[in-house]
Design a protein around this ligand. Structure first.
Ligand code: SF4
Length: 164
């Protein structure tokens, strides 16, 4: 059975920067959970960041690939540099995915770690632009397809191609 990596906050775990969850009510995610397919993971907590923690954004809204290549940092709203923790978290997510042979993930959109289509622009003003989080970028560089919680139907279509 194909396993699916999923953002822990979507599964009700209170791991977000504000100490809350972002529990998904998606019926398909619930069914996959019942089947034992889901592997919940929070890269930021695994990377060593506390709960709660200051919000963080990628400098210039540059995207996760720029952080992975050393071209951009991840900064917290208090000005601290949390790049190392974000990189450690991304590596931990990849290690977990590999340990389960995972080829597919459903991650929380908009996060500087988990975002797949959009991230905040680095100004802490609530504006988003196109881009991926650090974990998403690393997973996709290693062939793992990442879908947002709003695109679970597409994730299911992809799952069918892996598990006809
Ligand atoms: Fe959720 Fe990902 Fe943020 Fe962890 S890093 S709280 S799993 S969005």
């Amino acid at each position: 059975m194909e396993r699916i990596l999923v953002s822990a906050c979507l599964m009700g775990r209170r791991v977000r920067y504000d100490g809350r969850a972002k529990t998904s009510s998606d019926a398909r995610l619930a069914a996959w959970r019942e089947e034992g397919r889901l592997v919940p993971h929070c890269p930021e907590v695994s990377g060593g960041l506390p709960i709660p923690r200051p919000a963080a954004e990628i400098e210039g809204g540059a995207g996760g690939a720029a952080v992975l290549s050393g071209a951009a940092r991840v900064l917290a709203s208090d000005g601290s540099d949390v790049t190392a923790e974000f990189l450690a978290g991304a590596r931990s997510a990849l290690a977990v995915a590999r340990s389960h042979g995972i080829r597919l993930a459903v991650l929380k959109e908009g996060s500087p770690s988990c975002g797949a289509l959009s991230i905040y622009d680095g100004t802490f003003s609530g504006r988003r632009g196109p881009g991926q989080g650090v974990t998403t970028a690393l997973l996709e560089q290693h062939g793992i397809r990442v879908f947002t919680e709003d695109h679970v139907d597409e994730a299911a279509d992809y799952l069918r191609t892996l598990e006809p």
